[in-house]
Design a protein around this ligand. Structure first.
Ligand code: F6P
Length: 330
């Protein structure tokens, strides 16, 4: 057995915010790496909600058997409003103290890390963040757990829609998830040959889109795929359809909103891999005394940044991608 100099001995793990395929693989990695290193690992149910309500249980190696392939999260998840307030966080701290839990690993998105940053500063509890979100909107990592599965689900669905789109010579406006981030739209749109990809990071030029459609009609290009992120600024897929129909009343156009189908399902191999790797390294961080960091992967190497930087900075979508979309759709 590996000899360690323990700085923490009992750790808590939770999943918070929107669930993402691969969260279970990360929980499994945290539990088994912790036990391997003679730490006790406790699962906190429903994110910060369970922390406040003291819904916490000790996990063993067998508690995480047969979950690596499952979507969702065995610890369940929540968006906990009470944790926004100091009083809520204090209740959480008291529960940790009562149970002797001296550090936490948080698998979630930027909202979850914001709570963790405050919590660690107020109560001096080391927190480690792992990005578990289908949105991929976190700075300091090339990957977030769940994105690969979600984007492949979107691609599979859009490919199916393309068959009917082609059979009927239709325009399709497909809305994918991403309230603040356009990565799912961008990746799934490029991978399915979309003519237009509308994302929250760019102001939608609806007039240019309509003009483009009129021109493609003249060129007898009847099929046209528009992929829209949920948080796009013109108003989403329904508004885009309304505007197109107003300007081109004869347009054969349909809308499909993919919705939560993108959040479920068995995680892809990539999501299982990164979840296992991040889960393992999150425990290593605690053992090495590397506290309050965000565990990311960049250029295929582990990349650690202060947790607060992961929430302050946003990743950027380069113009190159949008240029590629335009050229390839011509
Ligand atoms: O953060 C992941 C995400 O799926 C976003 O893309 C989406 O806007 C949001 O969660 C939806 O959240 P909820 O399931 O709480 O409606």
């Amino acid at each position: 057995m590996k000899k360690i100099e323990k700085k923490v001995s009992r750790i808590g793990v939770l999943t918070s915010g929107g669930d993402a395929p691969g969260m279970n693989a990360a929980i499994r990695a945290v539990v088994r790496t912790g036990i391997y290193n003679e730490l006790e690992v406790h699962g906190i149910m429903r994110g910060y909600q369970g922390l406040i309500e003291d819904d916490i249980m000790k996990l063993e190696s067998r508690s995480v058997a047969n979950i690596i392939q499952r979507g969702g999260t065995i610890l369940k998840t929540a968006r906990c409003k009470e944790f926004y307030d100091y009083e809520g966080r204090k209740k959480g701290y008291e529960n940790l103290k009562k149970r002797g839990i001296d550090a936490m690993i948080i698998i979630g998105g930027d909202g979850s890390f914001r709570g963790a940053v405050k919590f660690s500063q107020e109560f001096n509890i080391p927190c480690i963040g792992i990005a578990g979100t289908i949105d991929k909107d976190i700075y300091g990592t090339d990957f977030t757990i769940g994105f690969d599965t979600a984007v492949n689900t979107a691609v599979e669905a859009i490919d199916k829609i393309r068959d009917t789109m082609d059979a009927h010579d239709r325009i399709f406006v497909i809305e994918v998830m991403g309230r603040d981030a356009g990565y799912i739209a961008l990746h799934s749109g490029i991978a399915t040959g979309a003519e237009n990809i509308l994302i929250p990071e760019r102001k939608t030029d609806i007039d240019a889109l309509v003009t483009g459609l009129q021109e493609t009609k003249k060129r007898k290009k009847l099929v046209n795929l528009i992929v829209v992120a949920e948080g796009e600024n013109f108003g989403g897929a329904d508004e885009v359809q309304r505007k197109i129909l107003k300007e081109i009343p004869t347009a054969e156009i349909r809308v499909c909103i993919l919705g939560h189908i993108q959040r479920g399902g068995s995680p892809s191999c990539l999501d299982r891999l990164i979840a296992s790797r991040m889960g393992y390294h999150s425990v290593e961080c605690l053992i090495e005394g590397r506290y309050n960091v965000f565990v990311g992967i960049m250029n295929n190497k582990m990349h650690y940044i202060p947790l607060e930087n992961a929430v302050k900075t946003k990743g950027k979508i380069g113009d190159e991608w949008l240029k590629i979309v335009k050229i390839l759709a011509s």
